[in-house]
Design a protein around this ligand. Structure first.
Ligand code: KIV
Length: 296
């Protein structure tokens, strides 16, 4: 039995597809999306993985960092993205505080992402110290993505958003983190803000696919934040960001043109207006004429 609608030849991406891509050395593509319209565009552009990142705290909600976003806010966005996706694998970030207070609560929260919002994989930040927790969540039949290197939920511990893994000790720790998460069975491993050389070593060492952001070209795949891709982030871009479009300029141009056209009565035109049917128009004119006659 096939679950793919007739005429729709694209295959559903699963965690097995990511592993196959790594084996075939085919780069994995991943973008964040936070709402229905972006999710549709990203999915229709055949991106493999859509990540509802907790970066939505900044890009969508205007928070200063990712620490304040709540599980309810994340679930709201994951549901919207779920409705926009047909083929891509849907990953969701577990927000800060949703997996730090004990493994029972973490498993319960992970299950909410699957049951209430349709996530296929949940992502958790942190290295070897998260390995046992990750095993517990996987035991509950929920695939988990790891995330090491520059982990934004640790911003206060790191003392800012700094590239990680620059000293020999730090490289050793990152390798231990990667291997521990690989052994725990993560579906894939996000590598953020680490030197290319280190990301390359990790990618060669682990069986799980690595997906890099600010980690150089040797990872098994690449992810960017959607708002960075199209210049909607309102902040100076990081070194690794490439703007593939300028949505800010395009939206500003459209909004300013609308304002000018309304102010000068050029919008809406007659052809952009609804009109009465001819009979109703004739009947209305007759009625108005009769009323005017009675007033005379
Ligand atoms: O929240 C996010 O967008 C992420 C990516 C940067 C990997 O975690």
């Amino acid at each position: 039995m096939s679950f793919t609608p007739i005429g729709d030849l694209r295959q559903k991406i699963t965690i097995a597809s990511l592993k196959e891509k790594k084996l075939r050395r085919e780069p994995i593509t991943c973008l964040t999306a936070y709402d229905y319209s972006a999710a549709r565009l990203v999915d229709e552009a055949q991106i493999d993985v859509v990540l509802v990142g907790d970066s939505l705290a900044q890009t969508m909600l205007g928070y200063e960092n990712t620490l304040s976003v709540t599980i309810e806010e994340m679930l709201h966005h994951v549901r919207a993205v779920r409705r926009g996706i047909k083929h891509a694998l849907l990953l969701a970030d577990m927000p800060y505080g949703s997996y730090h207070l004990g493994s029972d609560e973490a498993v319960r929260n992970a299950a909410r992402f699957v049951k209430e919002a349709g996530a296929e994989v949940v992502k958790i930040e942190g290295g070897e110290k998260r390995a046992d927790l990750i095993r517990r969540i996987i035991d509950a039949e929920i695939p988990v993505a790891g995330h090491i290197g520059l982990t934004p939920q640790s911003v206060n511990v790191m003392g800012g958003y700094r590239v990680q893994g620059k000293s020999l000790n730090a490289i050793e720790q990152l390798m231990k983190d990667a291997v521990a998460l690989d052994r725990a069975g993560v579906a894939c491993l996000y590598l953020e803000g680490i030197p290319r050389e280190v990301a390359s070593m990790i990618t060669a060492e682990v069986e799980t696919p690595t997906i890099g952001i600010g980690a150089g070209p040797d990872c098994d795949g690449q992810v960017l934040v959607f708002h960075d891709l199209v210049n909607l982030s309102f902040s100076p871009p990081a070194k690794f960001v490439r703007h593939y479009g300028d949505a800010a300029a395009e939206i500003t141009r459209a909004v300013q043109s609308f304002r000018t056209d309304v102010a000068s009565r050029q919008y809406p035109s007659d052809s952009e207006s609804y009109h009465l049917p001819r009979e109703t128009q004739t009947a209305l004119e007759t009625l108005l004429e009769r009323k005017r006659g009675m007033r005379r």
